[in-house]
Design a protein around this ligand. Structure first.
Ligand code: NAD
Ligand code: IPM
Ligand code: MN
Length: 349
């Protein structure tokens, strides 16, 4: 029998509510298998900061890194909470984990299920994956502020793109496209971000030569948002940088039934460090503690976790249970726990 060491960071706001349901589903799908998940819970996020002043200690990071995988709900408090003004939970916790554990592939699949009401009139068949770079770009935190507080204040955020960093994520995207409909779109802003743009385009073209069976095209990020709304079925795999990928995947969530359905994996494909699975959404302070959050995105992240661990059959069972639940949804409201129970029940039946 196999034991998987899973670090669980439920986090803030709706995080604990959706993670409770994700764990229910994980327990249900592994109940009759010889795989056991040995879970360690880490109390991290805004609540931990308010209680102790810590965001992520070196001990926390080391302990988390010693696990096989990580499940994360969401972290971050109410955006305008003055007590959190200097905490910077998002950088100090979420991004620190992604960077330290070298999560260079941020995998964000989007699929529109036939029964799901979406904002698009004629969406067609929508089934694409955004491969978002996870460790570079304007997320690195280089830069700084000069002449602070004066009328001549200068605030700089410097984007960093390395050949190594671009090549490995582009290579991953080509390999993923080979397992799918064999179409890969590079999204960037090469007309304005010319330095990074040239690097991305050159490496994309070079890598393309090694994968002649994958059809490629290029789009500027602004145009990509138009195409994602007008003709989303044209996309198979999209590869893009950290910031463009962040924005594009909230849009992708919105056109495929809402952010409550969007799952993601922060992958370290080499397996040197544990990968981390989390819904694309945040802690949603506006609905926290009310059992209003849709746990489907967190449960979908369980499917991605299982697939990453090589437990494909279990992953497919979770995906099928989600699909069946979605297909039978009505307008009748359900609590977070009711949705989790219904999906888990399909796995034990
Ligand atoms: P958000 O994703 O938390 O919420 C945006 C909107 O979507 C809100 O109206 C919310 O109610 C709704 N929503 C989100 N998840 C939902 C779900 N599962 N079911 C139903 N509705 C849902 O984004 P925000 O308001 O910009 O951010 C809130 C906090 O979360 C901030 O502190 C932000 O930094 C943080 N955040 C964390 C993560 C993460 O931990 N991975 C991701 C994004 C934002
Ligand atoms: C996401 C979030 C994070 C990001 C924030 C909270 C740092 O928006 O996971 O999409 O920008 O990557
Ligand atoms: Mn985001």
């Amino acid at each position: 029998s196999r034991v998987v060491k899973l670090a669980v960071i439920a986090g803030d706001g709706i995080g604990p509510e959706v993670i409770a349901e994700a764990e229910k589903v994980l327990d249900a799908v592994t109940a009759d298998t010889d795989v056991t998940f040995d879970k360690t819970r880490f109390s991290l996020g805004a609540d931990r900061f308010l209680a102790t002043g810590d965001v992520l200690t070196d001990d926390d990071l080391q302990a988390i890194a010693s696990h096989d995988a990580i499940l994360l709900g969401a972290v971050g408090g109410t955006p305008n909470d003055p007590r959190l003004a200097n905490a910077n939970i998002e950088r100090g916790l979420l991004l620190k984990l992604r960077f330290s554990l070298d999560h260079y592939v941020n995998l964000r699949p989007s699929k529109l299920y036939p029964s799901v009401p979406g904002p698009l009139k004629n969406p067609g068949e929508v089934d694409f994956v955004v491969v978002r770079e996870g460790t570079e770009g304007s997320y690195v935190g280089n830069g700084g502020v000069l002449r602070q507080g004066t009328e001549h204040e200068i605030a700089n955020e410097l984007g960093v793109n390395t050949a190594h960093g671009v090549r490995r994520v582009v290579e991953y995207a080509f390999e993923l496209a080979e397992t799918r409909r064999k179409k890969l779109t590079l999204v960037h802003k090469t007309n304005v971000m010319v330095n990074a743009g040239k690097l991305w385009k050159r490496i994309f073209d070079e890598t393309s030569e090694k994968h002649p069976e994958v059809a490629v095209d290029y789009m500027h990020i602004d145009a990509a948002t138009i195409h994602m709304v007008d003709n989303p079925s044209r996309f198979d795999v999209i590869v893009t940088d950290n910031l463009f990928g962040d924005i594009l995947t909230d849009l992708a969530g919105a056109i495929t039934g809402g952010i409550g359905l969007a799952a993601s994996g922060n992958l370290n494909p080499s397996g040197e460090f544990p990968s981390m699975f989390e819904p694309v959404h945040g802690s949603a302070p506006d609905i926290a503690g009310q059992q209003k959050a849709d746990p489907t995105a967190a449960i979908g992240s369980i499917a991605l976790l299982l697939e990453h661990l090589g437990l494909s059959a279990e992953s497919q069972r979770v995906t099928r249970a989600i699909e069946q639940d979605i297909a039978e949804r009505t307008d009748a409201p359900r609590t977070t726990a009711q949705i989790g129970d219904a999906i888990a029940a399909r796995l034990t039946a």
